[in-house]
Design a protein around this ligand. Structure first.
Ligand code: ZN
Length: 345
């Protein structure tokens, strides 16, 4: 059986569990394609999958990596209409494609929904097997490393700001963590929609980078209280929309940053899964709280069109060779990055 190079882990733990190995090239089902990985972006999800999540079992050894750019080199018998040896990205969510949720564009609510690199083997490898319907051709001139920085964060941010929050022109939005992949994508989408953007960063050197992305106000949350700053910038009105992906105490304080009838959309709980706030505040201010998870393939295609014409730009931090996956993940874990960290195969 033909083998490929991959970075794998055999048991849950820290990045010390990662090792380079030769593993069999995956065998294709009828509707699958084999993608030769050119670049794969890192996400915090990789660290959670590596660390292990209660109640979720994955098969071992496991290959991480959900943001894949490359080219299709082999197709299953029923994988029609997919170009070979052309630049493509892979939509990170796998779903059935035929249920009511999938048909209405809500792929991530499908009962069969799985994320590549999470419930399936991912792109920290020379090759990855994915369903043909997940393939999105892209123009090659941007470079595969830049394209790998697109799928998960832009899709998630689009689903939150466009689909859930319906962010409007001239509204004000607070986006946490400009330096995170998702924050840097969200700032650009919010500006594209014509909104006024307030964002947070954890160091002074990230302030300018956040402004360069289009943020109107940047708060260094290590130096200043973000709630007081938001109130100062909005003349005590609060923001219309809050893009939350931190959780814990940040969530609790974020609720207080909202304008009356404001809406908060959340997609992450890095700093704590259980939150508390005063329900009376919620109902008297008529605030809405919405959860968001990934997004649909059609939404990703809309993002790709905007990347293609330059209205949205992938934000790259550093590129590492695949064999340095551990070093790359450690950089992300330490939050030293601004934008996406990429592994090049
Ligand atoms: Zn479905």
């Amino acid at each position: 059986m033909a083998k490929m190079k991959a970075v794998i882990f055999k048991k849950h733990g820290t990045t010390a569990e990662l090792e380079e190995a030769y593993v069999p090239i995956p065998e294709l089902g009828k509707k699958d394609v084999l993608v030769k990985v050119k670049a794969c972006a890192l996400n915090h999800l990789d660290l959670w999958v590596l660390g292990g999540m209660p109640g979720i079992k994955i098969s071992m050894p496991h290959i991480l990596g959900c943001d894949i750019a490359g080219e299709v080199v082999e197709k299953g018998k029923k994988a029609h209409g997919i170009p070979l040896h052309q630049p493509v990205i892979v939509a990170p969510g796998i779903s059935c494609g035929t249920c009511a949720y999938c048909e209405s564009g809500w792929d991530s609510l499908c009962a069969k929904y799985e994320i590549i690199g999470f419930q399936n083997n991912g792109g920290f490898a020379e090759y990855v097997k994915v369903p043909a319907r997940n393939i999105i051709p892209v123009p090659g001139k941007l470079g595969m490393e830049s394209w790998a920085a697109v799928p998960l964060v832009f899709l998630t941010a689009w689903h939150i700001l466009v689909t859930h929050a319906a962010l409007q022109k001239k509204e004000t939005v607070l986006i946490h963590a400009a330096g995170s992949g998702i924050g840097s994508a969200a700032i650009q989408i919010a500006k594209l929609l014509g909104a006024h953007v307030i964002t947070t960063v954890g160091s002074e050197e990230k302030v300018q980078r956040a402004k360069a992305l289009g943020a109107d106000h940047v708060i260094n949350y290590r130096l200043k209280d973000f709630h007081s700053e938001v109130m100062r910038f909005t003349k005590s009105q609060g923001v219309d929309v809050l893009f939350e992906h931190i959780g814990g105490e940040t969530f609790t304080k974020s609720v207080l940053c909202l304008k009356k009838r404001g809406r908060i959309v959340t997609c992450g709980a890095t700093a704590g899964r259980t939150v508390s706030f005063d329900l009376r505040y919620l109902y008297t201010h008529q605030i809405s709280i919405t959860g968001s998870y990934m997004g649909g393939i059609d939404e990703l295609k809309r993002v790709v069109r905007r990347i293609q014409d330059g209205r949205l730009k992938p934000v790259l931090d550093q590129v590492f060779p695949l064999r340095e996956a551990r070093k790359a993940l450690n950089r992300m874990a330490a939050r030293e990055n601004f934008g996406k960290i990429i592994l090049k195969t």
